[in-house]
Design a binder for this molecule. Structure first.
Ligand code: KIV
Length: 269
């Protein structure tokens, strides 16, 4: 019998029971299906699609149409995991009305179970309005890539007492506003542990140490497909870029030397 689908309530139970949450990004049906079959709990259609697949320098230029397109195709590959879609820059920051309309559109057109938004206490009223509308919100604190220009690059956040206290207060206001989970990106491990202990909702870390309730990585980074991304926190579980080059070279050699296609790979009648 297949496992029952992961829900936001189920993620809360995992935190309560001390079971770690496993999350990965996916941008298409094929990879989404593979990570879902592997038992991943949360599949995130990250706006990192804009950098990882589309070659753009930041996530700032990701669009709503792009996220809807990738969300829809990922949906077809996911059976068990909770599907979360990133709301891109400028779709929720300008007004609460905008945020409600745009998140509603993402939910309606993709079949996702939740959306993810970046921001601290200033975002809490927006989170509350979206949650009241019936849309589960995953919050995102620490390094928030849509603010990369303001933050001066992909840097660790929350260093020093004042910044750490602010991050804890931000996290609490997002929980109070109704967020069901919180991504902590590039936060010192002791601070991530402090936030995790202070919240009843699960934290999902990336570059934030082992004390979070779960971990997320960008799939293409951990597969070694995106070799240009080198970060201290990244562990590569495969070296697929090298494998792709090896296979392409082998195919090229076979074609040039007349070894492919051979009889086994041709139709005789
Ligand atoms: O866009 C993304 O892939 C993300 C993860 C890094 C958490 O937000």
């Amino acid at each position: 019998m297949p496992d029952s689908p992961v829900t936001t309530v189920g993620l809360h139970a995992m935190k309560r029971d001390g079971r770690k949450i496993v999350a990965l990004t996916a941008y298409d049906a094929l990879f989404a299906g593979l990570v879902d079959e592997a038992g991943t709990d949360v599949v995130l259609v990250g706006d990192s699609v804009n950098t990882v697949l589309c070659g753009q320098p930041t996530t700032v230029s990701a669009t709503l149409e792009q996220m809807i397109y990738h969300g829809r195709i990922v949906r077809t590959g996911v059976r068990r995991a909770l599907l979360v879609i990133d709301m891109p820059f400028l779709t929720y920051q300008v007004s609460i009305e905008d945020a409600k309309r745009n998140t509603g559109r993402v939910m309606q057109t993709t079949g996702a179970s939740a959306v993810k938004l970046e921001g601290g206490a200033w975002l809490a009223p927006t989170v509350r309005a979206i949650v009241e509308m019936g849309v589960p919100v995953m919050a995102h604190l620490g390094f928030t890539p849509q603010s990369v220009h303001a933050l001066g690059g992909a840097r660790v956040q929350g260093r020093g007492t004042e910044a750490a206290d602010r991050l804890v207060a931000d996290a609490q206001s997002l929980e109070e506003a109704g967020a069901f989970a919180l991504v902590l990106e590039l936060v010192p491990a002791p601070l991530a542990e402090r936030v995790t202990a202070a919240l009843s909702i699960p934290t999902i870390g990336i570059g934030s140490g082992p004390g979070c309730d779960g971990q997320v990585l960008v799939l293409h980074d951990m597969l070694g497909l995106n070799e240009s991304f080198k970060a201290k926190f990244l562990k590569r579980y495969a070296a697929l870029a090298e494998e792709v080059r090896r296979a392409a070279r082998a195919f090229g050699d076979d074609v040039r030397e007349g070894r492919y296609p051979d009889r086994d790979h041709s139709f005789s009648t």
